[in-house]
Design a protein around this ligand. Sequence first.
Ligand code: U2P
Length: 272
Amino acid sequence: MSCLLLPLLHFSSCEASSSSSSSSSSSKGREFDYFVLALQWPGTICRSTHHCCSSNGCCGSNPLTYFTIHGLWADYDDGTWPSCCSHSGFDINKISSLLPTLKKYWPSLYCSSSSRCFGGKGPIWAHEWEKHGTCSYPVIQDEYSYFSTTLDLYSKYNVTKILETAGIEATNGEKYLLGDIVSAIKKAFGASPLLVCKHGSLQELRLCFYKDFTPRDCVIGSNIVDDSPNSRNSCPRYISLPTYTFPFPVIGETSGAIARLARKHPELFATS
Ligand code: U2P
């Protein structure tokens, strides 16, 4: 069903975007082709955190040592994706029973709040539902289903465990062959993931699904290996899965007293 046919269901429009931010008018209004479950590696993101706030998952009392959820995206086969497909605004009350699980496995890893489709800012869940969830129609038809489906997929395909079983664990010293990570996922998941790196560290691992939620390859061919230091998103041949510590190291602080205080009273270190 096309997004243009959905006004009766409060679905008013779809915009198509791509990684190069260009808009594809040809795909405007088309139903999506497949799902992407985007997972993020907190070690890579939280290592760059310079200040904390209560909404930032990087600042919890224990460092995150597992992949967390970024979002479930409805994508087109041509590399673009629809966004903001309806005016069905995020309502936290609809997912109140899921909140403890969402806070643990789908936290924001930043302090800044996320943009909403039709103005204003909100939690990461508002952004993901309004931008991507509303475009998952007709497979996913409401906010609760969007979040529960995503959590189900996340727990069914435990990427952290898959990699650990293959001997690929978070460490600050070691680097792993990109091909070994892809092979481990392929073996357990049954299809090729897409990896996104930042300065040689794994930032995101994306799993792809047909509309019936069976695994499918994310990209035709393979992940593009890019060893150049300026590479923005692609991964080099050898990549790291870094860890991070919280409280973040304070320059000039060696006694550990601040670290102990922050561990005991994290609220004292929240900046917003
Ligand atoms: O990659 C940068 C941002 O583009 C959006 N994206 C990317 C790939 C894709 O297949 N689908 C997609 O939506 C994501 O936007 P966000 O959800 O973060 O706003 C991704 O972060």
